[in-house]
Design a protein around this ligand. Structure first.
Ligand SMILES: [Zn+2]
Length: 163
């Protein structure tokens, strides 16, 4: 029998880590800051790939709903041609507000990873804790405090520079 060389083991592409996706959300936040927007960024990941990104653009668009999460959710829904973002995970640099927590629920986001907690405006682990309320019909798994220091620093620097 001839020696058949073993095929090389199929190596799946290395999945970027949670912190890698949060780094991309942080890059979006920095881009928002360069536009004079409050620096919050988000990415949506499905099957290990970023399918959409969002940066806060409320001033740019004169749109009070244009938070990073909403921008990313709208873009992902267009990419998937679906109003339900099944098996999608959202990474955002700041704890979502009540509006965004509601939108994540409606979008059926599977997992939420956020960086800095927001004691004043957050609605996940602070304030109304929307996902635990009876008005919430789909709650994602929540992982807070990912790269919290970087995200918090970005916000502190942004507001300090504006004074
Ligand atoms: Zn929001």
């Amino acid at each position: 029998m001839p020696d058949v060389p073993e095929p090389p083991p199929a190596s799946p592409p290395a999945l970027p880590s949670v912190s890698g996706f949060m780094d991309q959300a942080l890059a979006e936040a920095r881009a928002a800051a360069r536009n004079g927007e409050v620096p919050v960024g988000a990415v949506i990941v499905k099957a290990g790939k970023v399918i959409s990104t969002g940066a806060n653009r409320t001033l740019t668009d004169r749109d009070p709903t244009a938070h990073a999460e909403i921008v990313a959710i709208r873009a992902a829904a267009r990419v998937l041609a679906s109003e339900r973002l099944i098996d999608c995970d959202l990474y955002v640099t700041l704890e979502p507000c009540a509006m965004c927590a509601g939108a994540l629920s409606h979008a059926r986001i599977r997992r939420l990873y956020y960086a800095a907690p927001d004691p004043k405006g957050g609605a996940v682990d602070n304030g109304p804790r929307f996902f635990a309320s009876p008005a919430c019909h789909h709650a994602p798994e929540v992982y807070g405090g990912i790269a919290e220091g970087d995200a918090a620093r970005l916000l502190v620097e942004f507001f300090r520079d504006r004074r």
